[in-house]
Design a protein around this ligand. Structure first.
Ligand code: PMP
Length: 325
């Protein structure tokens, strides 16, 4: 989006090339940089995979013009896919668990997509099953399935990773939240090719189970942070534990507090998956600073997936007790 000097022929061309901003709260000797994905036209990191997956599927013939894209999604992926589907003349149907933010569902509908809700207690698993059921009922329909589609990781390997290194030639650590894990895996793979010693940490809410893939016993529980975490790592097929040095857990309380701090002190209107990533990235920077974490360079990069405006109805800027995650 950051190139304002030439007109683009479609909104799809404005996806990516998002700004990177340093965080004031980092130790001076170990800067932390955040890539701001709300600058995408659908205001989240998921515009990248929406465009990338559909263009590749049309190229390979897996999807033909006029076809239908069906996706189980917490919302942002639906918006990214809906933008791309609309511009590529495809139909879009999204299956969204009820508890996810109402703003996102309204935006998907505004972009011309159909939204189907599944019960909250069936989780993402219920939404995934429903999406595959619908595919059987329709002709010329695909389920890109961001949780299992290597194109999700590839989108970040091809775009997000290279953009980070264009802005920051020396990156010591990559610290990002994991929902599908496509963002972190794509960036980590690219980063490790640039320097095999790059320190990589995944971020998840307390109560999520990515930590178990590194053999750490953690307690499962509910969390309010939206967009990252898993209750069943087996469904997060893109996550490669070998690409990750550590999984960092962040509590709802810390993420909520940091979302408020980021707005007040740094002018970032970001949601709690971003503020959780910020908490973890700042702790890795302190670890590098204090000699507790080995990284090839004294710098950390993180990514803020979307904006807090999408969660105002859930009270993200009210007190912790009033925040309805
Ligand atoms: N934050 C938000 C708000 C999201 O919607 C997502 C996607 N589920 C993520 C973070 C995580 O990104 P990824 O799926 O690439 O791990």
């Amino acid at each position: 989006m950051t190139d304002h000097r030439e007109p683009f022929s479609s909104v799809l061309e404005t996806i990516g090339r998002t700004p990177i901003v340093s965080l004031h709260a980092a130790p001076e000797a170990v800067p932390v940089y955040a890539k701001l994905e709300s600058f995408n036209p659908g205001a989240s990191v998921k515009d990248r995979i929406g465009r990338y997956m559909l263009e590749r599927m049309l190229e390979t013939g897996e999807l033909s013009p006029g076809g239908t894209v069906i996706e189980p999604t917490a919302g942002n992926t639906g918006i990214g896919l809906a933008i791309a589907a609309g511009q590529l003349e495809l139909n879009a149907v999204f299956v969204v668990p009820e508890r996810f933010s109402i703003e996102k569902q309204q935006l998907m509908r505004a972009l011309g997509a159909e939204v189907i809700n599944t019960p909250t207690d069936e989780g993402m698993g219920g939404a995934i099953d429903r999406a595959y059921g619908l595919r059987e009922e329709l002709e010329n329909a695909v389920v890109p399935q961001q949780f299992a589609n290597p194109l999700n990781t590839e989108a970040h390997y091809e775009t997000t990773g290279p953009e980070i290194y264009e802005a920051l030639p020396e990156v010591g650590a990559v610290v990002m939240g994991c929902g599908t894990a496509g963002t972190l895996m794509g960036v980590a793979r690219y980063a490790r090719e640039r320097d095999a010693e790059t320190y990589v940490a995944a971020v998840e809410p307390e109560g999520s189970l990515y930590s178990t893939t590194k053999g750490r016993p953690v307690e499962e529980g509910e969390y309010k942070i939206e967009g990252i975490g898993t209750h069943d790592p087996a469904t997060n097929e893109l996550f490669e534990p070998d690409l990750v040095d550590d999984v960092i857990q962040v509590s709802d309380e810390r993420a909520h507090e940091e979302a408020h701090r980021l707005a007040r002190e740094e002018g970032h209107l970001v949601a709690t998956s971003a503020s959780a990533a910020s908490v973890a990235a700042l702790s890795v920077a302190r670890g590098i600073h204090d000699g507790e974490i080995d990284a090839p360079h004294p710098s950390v990069v993180t990514l803020f997936p979307d904006s807090s405006e999408r969660y105002l109805s859930k009270g993200v800027y009210r007190s912790f007790e009033e925040w309805d995650g």
